[in-house]
Design a protein around this ligand. Structure first.
Ligand SMILES: [Zn+2]
Length: 345
C-alpha cells in the first residue's frame, strides 16, 4: 500500500510537514528498503491487521468480518480461527508497533449498500472512536486518525473512509467534497483507498491531503507503467522494439537505464520486469505528490491541474465527473475540454 501525503497548505500540522509518506503492508514485493529510500520514502508503516496476523496474502477483511458493538470478528488468515478485534485492542496493537499514523477501528460497509445499515455504521464508528481515544496510550508520539463512515447518503454524509468500494465517480467526488467542506481546517484529511493519479489530483483540488492505494505496485505486476499520458502497457507487442525509456520525462533509475523493449522482454518472462515497473510507478506517485504539494504552496495549483489534464487527455476528452468536480473546486479547466466532451469515465 502506498500512502501519499500531499498537504493542501491549510491543514498543516507536524505530520504533514513531511510532504509524503509511504505505507507498506509487510513489504512491497520485490523492492528493497534501500530502493524505497532512494525513491524518497520517509516513513514505512504497516497495517495493524497485517502485522498482527502475518497473513501470507492480502485478505479483504470485509468479506470475513462479522461486526458487533464489541468489535470486528474475522477469520484469521493464519489458522482460520475466528478472531475478535475490539477498538481497544486495535489501538493497543498499533501503540505497540509505534507507527506515526494509527487508525481508529471503524465499521466498514460497502458504499453500494443502502438502508439502515449505513446509519448503524456511522453511529458505531462514532462510538468506537471514543473507545479508541480512551485506549490510546501514546497520543504525543502517534497521530490517531478518526474515520468518517456513512456511505454515499448525502444526509448522513461523510464516507471518506468507505470510498473506493465500487461507487460511481460522480458519487465519489461529491462525498469527498462534502467531507472536506465539513471537516476541521487544521487537520489532515485522508481519503482511504484512493486512488488513481487522476483521483488524487481531483481530491486534492477538493481539499483532501492524504491517500493510500495498492494501485501503483498492483498494476506493475500486470505490466503497466504510470506515465503523464495515463498508462503504458509494457506487455503490448508494439513495445518489443521501442527503444525509448518508459517515460522520457522521468528521472528515475529505471527510465535512466532501461528501454521499453528491454522491460517488455522482462515482463513477458519473469518477475524482474514488474519490480522495475513497481520502482518507476512508486517514483511517479512520489513525484506527483511532491509536484502537487509545491504547486499548492506556490499558489500555482490551477495551472498544475490544467497541465496534468492536458497531458492525460490531449484530445480534450476530460471525463464529465472531473469537469463537475473542478467546477465545485473553483478551478477553470475549460481550456482542457473539447466542446462536446465524453461523459464516460
Ligand atoms: Zn521512471
Amino acid at each position: 500500500m502506498l500512502m501519499l501525503v500531499v498537504e493542501n497548505g491549510m491543514h498543516c500540522n507536524s505530520l504533514t510537514e513531511r510532504s509524503w509518506v509511504l505505507v507498506v503492508t509487510g513489504t512491497i514485493k520485490g523492492l528493497m528498503t534501500s530502493q524505497l529510500e532512494e525513491i524518497g520514502c520517509q516513513i514505512i508503516l504497516g497495517n495493524t491487521y497485517h502485522l498482527a496476523l502475518r497473513p501470507t496474502s492480502e485478505v479483504s477483511l470485509l468479506h470475513l468480518a462479522d461486526i458487533t458493538e464489541k468489535g470486528v470478528t474475522f477469520q484469521s488468515p493464519v489458522d482460520g480461527k475466528p478472531m475478535l478485534l475490539t477498538p481497544e485492542e486495535s489501538i493497543e496493537i498499533q501503540n505497540r508497533i509505534g507507527a506515526d499514523i494509527i487508525m481508529a477501528l471503524d465499521d466498514v460497509v460497502r458504499t453500494t449498500i443502502t438502508g439502515p445499515r449505513i446509519e448503524e455504521a456511522m453511529y458505531r464508528t462514532l462510538r468506537w472512536i471514543d473507545r479508541c481515544i480512551a485506549a490510546h496510550k501514546r497520543p504525543n508520539e502517534q497521530n490517531l486518525f478518526g474515520i468518517v463512515q456513512g456511505g454515499l447518503d448525502p444526509v448522513l454524509s461523510y464516507a471518506i473512509g468507505g470510498l473506493a468500494g465500487g461507487e460511481d465517480k460522480d458519487s465519489f467526488w461529491r462525498v469527498v467534497a462534502q467531507c472536506t467542506a465539513a471537516l476541521p481546517e487544521d487537520k489532515p484529511r485522508y481519503v482511504m483507498g484512493v486512488g488513481y493519479p487522476l483521483d488524487i489530483v481531483v481530491c486534492s483540488a477538493l481539499g483532501a491531503d492524504m491517500y493510500d492505494c495498492v494501485y501503483p505496485t498492483r498494476t506493475a505486476r500486470f505490466g503497466t507503467a504510470l506515465v503523464p499520458e495515463g498508462v503504458l502497457k509494457l506487455k503490448h507487442r508494439t513495445m518489443a522494439d521501442d527503444t525509448r525509456p518508459i517515460d522520457p520525462t522521468c528521472t528515475c533509475m529505471v527510465c535512466k537505464n532501461y528501454t521499453r523493449a528491454y522491460i517488455h522482454c522482462l515482463v513477458t518472462k519473469d518477475a524482474m520486469g514488474s519490480q522495475l515497473l513497481s520502482y518507476h510507478n512508486l517514483y511517479y506517485m512520489m513525484k506527483l505528490s511532491r509536484d502537487l504539494h509545491s504547486a499548492i504552496i506556490e499558489g500555482q495549483f490551477p495551472e498544475f491541474v490544467r497541465s496534468f489534464l492536458q497531458k492525460m487527455f490531449p484530445k480534450g476528452d476530460v471525463p464529465e465527473w472531473v469537469c463537475n468536480a473542478m467546477e465545485v473546486a473553483g478551478i477553470d479547466i475549460s481550456l482542457c475540454c473539447a466542446p462536446f466532451s465524453s461523459s464516460q469515465d
